[in-house]
Design a protein around this ligand. Structure first.
Ligand code: ATP
Ligand code: MG
Length: 572
């Protein structure tokens, strides 16, 4: 864990992007094995894309962009039982949001169903495929194990004519689901279980989002994927490591069929993140069981969730680049993702004032009824971001935690008799405070120094603390949702527990009664701002006129840097 994190720091500080996949592509171009590179991103539309998919998207589209080739978006829509138009639409939206464009090259495996069927017939004619009547259970028990060979089905040696007839009748809808399958006739004793007569077609009477009821047999992933690549002229079919053992089968189909091109498959390690589950199956369960607000819940690792949370696409792309591409599995700290996002937000996010837990301040020597417009910088990191005005009046709100009646020695903020600076406004000194019957502070009384306007005085006094503030007569109420990791454990799926037991009960904390500065009424959805001294926040689509809702994107403190430092101290 720590060593992988340390390795990633080194990757991050190496500007030129290089990895084993890019090296292969560069060599194939240099040595003339290909004229131009063609990649594809092949999602199955059975869920929303997550940050793991972002790695694959950035790799495939990134390579095409860097080497002057092209990248296709191809839906692997071969299982109508799990696929939906909603997912087809969301995937396109998410890839575009991430910053990539497939141009004219939008494809669907279902576009090739007729061609795939013809190729299946060809294999049957060549004696390389057969219709099997075994049940799913029998097929499983005949398959053998990693150490024992499988055994032949009693239907394996059917004649070609009978196979052609049965396969045509499967297509014609004469048989119920599961009655028969079409299998490739390869080798039931192969050391690679994927080559033990893999299934090419199943009977599934279901309506497909694109082909509707035209088909009741559907190709398997293995029978569709390589040939789809071949039809599209894909040169580098890049996928995750779990497909490595499928590669001989991928090659067997393209070798035994008259495909228009012969693509090659390369595997890389999938992205894993601490405190995060990257599996559409589990994410769907979280949605269906109501553990989250939906696929776009700000705690979800989906692209739509991260977007709602306020993570900019650029931050995700930077993170993927930092994480790198390797052949060995590793788990990356989610703090690295947060670091990449914080880095962008620190540079770009406009600063605003918001008070999450307000306590009233009355400035006794400030004129009643006066409103001054204070000029406040939008981003101290970026002078070009300009300034805005924030109204200042006699009664203000500050953060409750910025005052202590009886402060310990390390507390430098407001306290009785103590002077602090109000950002871009005045210095104030606390003279008195009021409590309610429960002993809770309800009002602070202060005086201000008129000579300190804008945040400095002629005598050069420097209060130890600078606080943010809001005018009590110019605030907008808001609900603020604080987000934290969805899973408490860094490795939620380890240890054989049901991961639902590991859900963090404090992953969402809702604060009502928060107040924000007037300019925040018009922040568009999708824009993230910094609430000064508090964190990064973005408006949530649940906002309505009069009911602003903000999501905490991230806190201000970068915890990744600290993890890195620990890693180095531990000698990792
Ligand atoms: P999941 O495992 O989350 O259910 P999947 O692999 O079934 O996802 P696909 O739609 O088949 O989802 O994935 C499309 C592409 O994204 C595939 O090429 C797959 O290898 C890649 N991919 C999926 N998950 C990751 C990940 N965690 N890291 C990198 N690439 C991934
Ligand atoms: Mg998959």
């Amino acid at each position: 864990m720590l060593s992988s994190a340390t390795m990633n720091t080194e990757t991050a500080s190496t500007p030129e992007r290089s990895d084993f996949v890019r090296d292969i592509v560069a060599a194939d171009l240099r040595e003339g094995r290909i004229d131009s590179v063609v990649t594809r991103f092949p999602p199955e539309p059975n869920g929303y894309l997550h940050i793991g998919h972002a790695k694959s998207i950035c790799l495939n589209f990134g390579i095409a962009g860097e080497f002057g080739g092209r990248c296709h978006l191809r839906f692997d829509d071969t299982n109508p039982l799990k696929e939906e138009q909603e997912y087809i639409d969301s995937i396109q939206e998410d890839v575009r949001w991430l910053g990539f464009d497939w141009g004219q090259h939008l494809y669907f495996a279902s576009d090739y169903f007729e061609q795939l069927y013809d190729w299946a017939v060809l294999l049957v004619r060549d004696g390389k495929a057969y219709v099997d009547d075994l049940s799913a259970d029998e097929i499983r028990s005949h398959r053998g194990t990693l150490t024992e060979p499988g055994s032949n089905s009693r239907w394996r040696d059917r004649g070609v004519e009978e196979n052609l007839d049965l396969f045509a009748r499967m297509r014609a809808g004469e048989f119920p689901n599961g009655a028969r399958v079409l299998r490739a006739k390869i080798d039931m004793a192969s050391g690679n279980i994927n080559l033990r007569d893999p299934i090419m077609y199943r009977i599934v009477h279901a309506t497909h989002p694109r082909t509707a009821d035209a088909w009741c047999i559907y190709p398997s992933y293995d029978f569709a994927h390589g040939q789809s690549d071949a039809i599209e002229g894909v040169t580098h079919s890049i996928c995750t490591l779990e497909f490595q053992d499928h590669r001989p089968l991928y090659d067997w189909f393209t070798a035994n069929l008259p495909v228009p091109s012969v693509p090659h498959q390369y595997e890389f390690a999938r992205l894993n993140l601490t405190h995060t589950v990257l599996s559409k199956r589990v994410l769907l369960r979280l949605v269906n069981e109501g553990s989250v607000r939906g696929w776009d819940d700000p705690r979800m690792p989906t692209l739509t969730g991260l977007r709602r949370r306020g993570f900019p696409a650029e931050g995700l792309r930077d993170f993927v680049a930092m994480a790198g591409v390797a052949r060995a599995d590793s788990v990356i700290e989610v703090e690295m993702l947060e670091h990449a996002v914080r880095d962008i937000l620190n540079r770009n996010a406009p600063r605003r004032f918001a008070v999450l837990d307000p306590v009233k301040v009355v400035i006794d020597n400030y004129p009643e009824g006066l409103t001054e417009e204070m000029e406040v910088p939008n981003n101290p990191e970026d002078p070009d971001a300009g300034t805005r005005t924030v109204p200042f009046t006699r009664e203000l709100w500050i953060e409750r935690e910025d005052f202590m009646e009886d402060p310990p020695s390390k507390f430098f903020r407001l306290a009785p008799g103590r002077e602090v600076r109000l950002r871009s406004a005045y210095f104030i000194t606390c003279t008195d405070f009021l409590k309610d019957d429960d002993g809770r502070i309800v009002e602070l009384h202060c005086t201000y120094d008129p000579a300190s306007r804008g945040g400095s005085t002629p005598d050069g006094r420097r209060p130890k603390a600078t606080l943010h503030w809001l005018s009590a007569s110019h605030t907008i109420p808001a609900e603020v949702r604080l987000y934290d990791h969805l899973f408490t454990s860094p490795h939620p799926s380890a240890g054989g527990r049901d991961i639902f037991e590991d859900l963090n009960p404090e992953s969402e904390v809702i604060l009502s009664g928060c107040l924000v500065e007037p300019s925040l009424v018009s922040v568009p959805i999708g824009e993230t701002v910094q609430f000064e001294r508090v964190g990064y926040f973005c408006p949530d689509p649940d906002s309505a006129p009069g009911v602003l809702v903000f999501n905490r994107t991230l806190g201000l403190r970068d915890t990744w840097a600290k993890l890195q430092a620990q890693g180095r101290h531990d000698g990792a």
